[in-house]
Design a protein around this ligand. Structure first.
Ligand code: FAD
Length: 294
């Protein structure tokens, strides 16, 4: 099913993000996680892509396996950095042939230490909006296309307004929905939605939720992507940095409250960054399920 259509029919969309593991053991664990999350009947799940094509074969394999061996609707992430248009079209054609209908069209983070000519080949796409256009031009309406959005602004953006301007470009090129970068303070998300409303942007924008279960790891991610972890949450987590169970408890409680607030404020979707684990997501889901309207 196409996610753009599903989002029109469903009251509250729940979705899960996975990454393609490096080893067969990791892949086995991922599919165990997927089996544990499947009964929650998510609207869709998605699989990330390594910028520069580093996970090309693994992403394709995991997407195909989810599509063929589970009941889930799957979306493949695709980044344009380091790829020629021909390579991108080949990957998309491969997905079309096996019946994948959903793509999250991204630029990708700029890999360190690579030549400019590798990162942005002259016959490639420089920004995500160009990838969205490429998909539309070559595949018409065969794919439902999602894009990334940044409630605290993308780290390379001079300001939030420019970021919103470029999100609009992605929508004008054919994106039907957006998923946000993780954020830990809902006020950024509400402020962002106000900005989008002022620009008459009215596609679904699904908040990305990252339950903190490993503080060191998430702190690193947050710095990289420009997400602010509120001071009082940092203080609480720092106190228990060496006690993983306490950290997970605090992180799950915090994400639960965040989700409850979003749902009570009429937000119609939650996208969980699962990091290929099911425990935190299932626990949060069970606590908020009374607020989820199918
Ligand atoms: P763009 O929309 O192209 O924006 C990149 C920057 O350029 C922004 O600062 C923007 O304001 C600016 N810009 C945009 N268009 C133009 C233009 N036409 N002219 C000038 N400036 C412009 N990364 C991965 O490598 N793999 C993944 O699977 C992945 N999944 C993600 C999923 C989600 C939900 C999110 C939020 C991010 C994901 N990322 C992933 C990270 C993403 O690739 C990075 O944030 C990347 O730096 C930007 O990608 P983008 O698609 O937002 O780029």
């Amino acid at each position: 099913m196409k996610i753009g259509e599903l989002l029109k029919q469903i009251n509250t969309s729940i979705s899960f993000e996975f990454f393609p593991p490096k080893t067969p053991e990791g892949e086995e664990l991922l599919f165990k996680t997927i089996k544990e999350l499947e009964p929650l009947e998510p609207t869709f799940v998605s699989v990330t892509y390594g910028a520069g094509g580093s996970t090309r074969e693994r992403t394709i394999r995991v997407v195909k396996k989810i599509h063929e061996e589970t009941t889930l609707t799957v979306m493949a992430h695709l980044t344009c950095i380091g790829h020629s248009k021909k390579e991108l079209i080949d990957i998309l054609e491969g997905y079309r042939k096996i019946g994948i209908q959903n793509i999250l069209a991204l630029r990708g983070d700029i890999p360190q230490g690579q030549e400019e000519s590798f990162i942005f080949p002259p016959d490639g796409c420089r920004y995500a909006n160009e990838l969205v256009s490429l998909i539309k031009e070559n595949f018409n309406n065969q794919f439902s296309i999602g894009v990334a959005a940044y409630p605290e602004g993308h780290p390379e953006s001079p300001n939030l307004e420019m970021d919103v301007y470029y999100l609009k470009k992605k929508i004008e090129s054919g994106a039907e929905f957006a998923i946000t970068q993780m954020f830990f303070d809902n006020s950024y998300f509400y402020r962002y939605l106000d900005l989008l409303e002022r620009e008459n942007i009215n596609i679904p924008v699904i908040p990305g939720i990252m339950p903190i279960t490993n503080f060191k790891q998430i702190k690193k991610f947050a710095v990289m992507c420009g997400a602010t972890i509120p001071e009082d949450l940092v203080k609480k987590l720092e106190k228990f940095e060496d006690k993983p169970e306490e950290v997970a408890k605090i992180g799950i409680d915090y994400a639960t409250k965040q989700c409850e607030d979003l749902l009570r404020n009429g937000i119609k979707g939650l996208h969980f960054y699962t990091l290929n684990k099911s425990k935190a997501t299932i626990e949060i889901y069970n606590r908020i399920k009374k607020l989820i309207k199918k």
